[in-house]
Design a protein around this ligand. Structure first.
Ligand code: B12
Ligand code: SF4
Ligand code: SF4
Length: 384
């Protein structure tokens, strides 16, 4: 069998341009193996080929939407048909290559930062270059590589942005299981990775799904969540999640949740930091994901002092831009209100106040009041 596959692989290379309709089952098998190798050469730590069935996932999504757990993310309710039947997104496609890319940068101590109330905590997935760009580019290169060998190939890369149910697809492609925190995790790699997909019009053989959860009786992620955002295991009320509040939500952050945000100014990692499987996570070798502009150690006041031009310059090519300068100031004002910044922080807040929108001013006033009354806190400091 092995010899045969190698022979077929050689045959593919020897006659690089085969029409996709002329590929035999053995050639498709050899090509699938080759795709795994190419994906690895392109910097993906894992790849799986899948012909997904998303009917159950779609039902779950509908009940989630009915509970309004999506908040202002109305795009999650759009393009229903394409979510359920993903091939409608790319007519003619019949397989999805699901990939994983690890993103933990070296020498980054999340716990140290969370313990320092005057420092800014930015989720580790976004300290460097915008992952959408890195992954989409590599996936397109993977498509090009396949196309070098197969005539009439159609392919299209997606990362996060389109109505693609990336997690159930990844699970069915064998990347990992769905943790109680709703993220995909893997026994060898934990959950610190991005997902991406290449839709393709080749009937490649598929990889086995991950059927078994390895969460067992553990509930650490549910218990640690600072804002109590999990109504039950496997279900997230996004409207309480700090990631939603600091990135996706426009306008005012509900006052009762502000003290719980601590110093997290963009995203949150707590449910992953506590997960025992993340002991097995590997550091990334992608320089793209290494921290830029000292975002892994900056103080809240340093970042709050950035004017809009500096914000735009320093977040060029970064996913942080998503929140906009107004959202950036809002998040920092909340975090400063949770800090031990004292008089110096009050002065910075007052100096910036006249330059801000009404929405940001409301958060600044909240912060000043807290600092004046001495309720300095970074709550909850559960992760130690
Ligand atoms: C919207 C969104 C968010 C929202 C909502 C998150 C959520 N859990 O849905 C917010 C802004 C809160 C968010 C936060 C984060 N996100 Co986000 N997000 C997305 C996005 C764009 C869509 C997810 C979605 O469709 N949600 C809707 C819900 C209903 O879908 P779902 O959780 O998949 O729902 C399933 C489960 O509820 C399940 N289910 C329901 N009942 C039951 C019962 C059982 C027993 C089981 C097993 C399952 C189950 O069925 C549902 C349908 O499949 C995806 C990219 C994509 N296109 O998929 C990235 C994505 C999920 N996010 C990602 C990341 C990295 C994050 C953060 C870690 C970022 C950060 N550090 O701040 C946090 C993690 C928070 C968390 N615990 O989920 C990665 C996750 C990678 C991974 N390892 O899984 C993704 C895949 C982006 C990417 N391309 O890499 N995100
Ligand atoms: S990212 Fe933070 S706030 Fe959101 S569910 Fe996880 S622990 Fe809770
Ligand atoms: S913390 Fe525990 S329950 Fe949560 S995802 Fe990890 S193993 Fe599963």
């Amino acid at each position: 069998m092995i010899t045969f596959i190698i022979v077929e692989a050689v045959a593919l290379q020897a006659s690089p341009y085969v029409n996709r309709n002329d590929l035999s089952p053995d050639q498709l098998q050899a090509l699938a193996q080759q795709i795994h190798l190419w994906a690895s050469e392109l910097g993906f730590q894992q790849c799986g080929i899948v012909d997904p069935n998303l009917e159950q996932a779609y039902e779950d999504l509908q009940s989630w939407l009915k509970k309004d757990y999506h908040g202002e993310m109305s795009y999650l309710a759009a393009h229903e048909g394409k979510r359920k039947y993903p091939y409608e997104l790319v007519p003619g496609s019949c397989r999805i290559i699901s990939v994983r890319m690890d993103y933990t940068p070296p020498a980054f101590s999340a716990l140290q930062l969370l313990k320092q109330p005057d420092k800014a905590y930015i989720a580790r997935y976004t300290l460097g270059r915008d992952y959408h760009k890195t992954l989409r580019k590599r996936l397109t290169e993977l498509g090009k590589k396949i196309h070098e060998h197969v005539e009439d190939l159609g392919y299209r890369a997606f990362v996060d942005s389109a109505p693609v149910m990336e997690r159930p697809i990844a699970q069915q492609a064998g990347i990992g299981w769905t943790g109680k925190h709703t993220l995909i995790l893997n026994r060898q790699a934990g959950s610190w990775f991005f997902l991406g997909e290449l839709f393709i019009n080749l009937p490649l053989p598929t990889d086995p799904p991950v059927e078994r959860s390895h969460c067992g009786k553990c509930t650490a992620c549910l218990d640690i969540c600072p804002t109590n955002a999990f109504p039950k295991p496997y279900v997230l009320d996004a409207t309480r999640c700090i990631s939603y509040l600091t990135i996706e939500k426009k306008g005012s952050i509900p006052e009762e949740l502000r003290p719980l945000i601590g110093n997290r100014i963009f995203g949150c990692d707590d449910c992953q930091l506590i997960c025992p499987w993340n002991r097995f996570a590997k550091l990334t070798k992608e320089a793209d994901f290494y921290p830029r502009h000292e975002l892994d150690s900056a103080s809240l006041l340093t970042l709050f002092k950035w004017d809009e031009a500096t914000f735009l310059k320093n977040t060029e090519g970064s996913a942080i831009r998503r929140t906009g300068y107004e959202g950036w100031l809002r998040n920092l004002a909340v975090a400063i209100g949770n800090s031990s910044g004292g008089q110096a922080a009050i002065e910075e807040l007052e100096a910036k106040r006249p330059l801000c929108s009404d929405m940001v001013i409301e958060h600044i006033d909240w912060a000043i009041e807290r600092l004046r009354s001495g309720i300095a806190s970074i709550s909850p400091i559960q992760l130690r």
